[in-house]
Design a protein around this ligand. Sequence first.
Ligand SMILES: [Zn+2]
Ligand SMILES: [Zn+2]
Length: 318
Amino acid sequence: MKVKFWGVRGSLPTPGPKTARYGGNTTCLQVLRDSGPLIILDAGTGVRELSDHLMKSQKPPYDIRMLVTHTHWDHIHGFPFFVPIYVPGTTMEVYGIGPIHNGKSFERVMRDQMTYSYFPVENTMLDDTVKYFDFNDLFKHREGGVEGFFKLCPDVTVRLKLTNHPVFCVAYRIEADGKKFIFTGDHEPYYDTTPQSSDSTSTETDNKALVDLMNERFIEFCEGVDLLVIDTTYTDAEYNGQPGKPATSKRGWGHSTFEYNIEVAKRAKVKKLVFTHHDPTRTDDDLDRLMEKYLAHAKRVIPNIEVMASREGLVVDV
Ligand SMILES: [Zn+2]
Ligand SMILES: [Zn+2]
């Protein structure tokens, strides 16, 4: 199993000469295997590049499984530009989770972005090719809810883990060909959201225990995987902001940091670590500088783990 990166940017596409080396398209990954259906993770604008490649290199009919981590724009807004959905004979199963906050199912959100208000082709044109599956429905009677595993196709098992993000978001652990690979989608370390008092109260102690448990469960989910591809939008300094100025903090925006992710890789004993979902304000030179710093940091903390930054076109052996 290999993983190919078609889009590596978080939040917003960032075209232009200053981002050409790492790439400006938003999140999209492809799982490469010798046989079975085409597996795609997220449909940010990178999926259009994958679409072009597919249309040139393979003849229809296409058999596709798409796993969407969540419905924020940068993870779905390439979907209407994925040409195989318009090709007669295509079979496409699209899995994801509805944001629920406003009562919308996954299918509703995906269909809504293909209405005439936003796009010239209505989703109803895809009814013969695209089937949507919402984990909230698929697993509503299962003990443990959506967190568990299912067979995506005969040789591929997918485990799900909810991540900490402003809407429901699932990390996918894909197990196939004797290997394990995780793509987290967007994820922020859990933290205590209640205001802190000057003396420690028993409620604060309980909250801390719960936060530690939630973070521990994320590390358990990552335990021993061959490849961990993880949301690394910020540095710790950017995440925390300036002392005494809470408005400069990125806490609660749903993203993680280089420092935290290196710690996750160490504790979970993963074999390879890839930073992705690059902040849209970063140029290629910014990313080069950050990678120089954090590769050196990783070399000290996790010397036996291969670490790299994602960029468009990168293929990683799982
Ligand atoms: Zn995102
Ligand atoms: Zn998001």
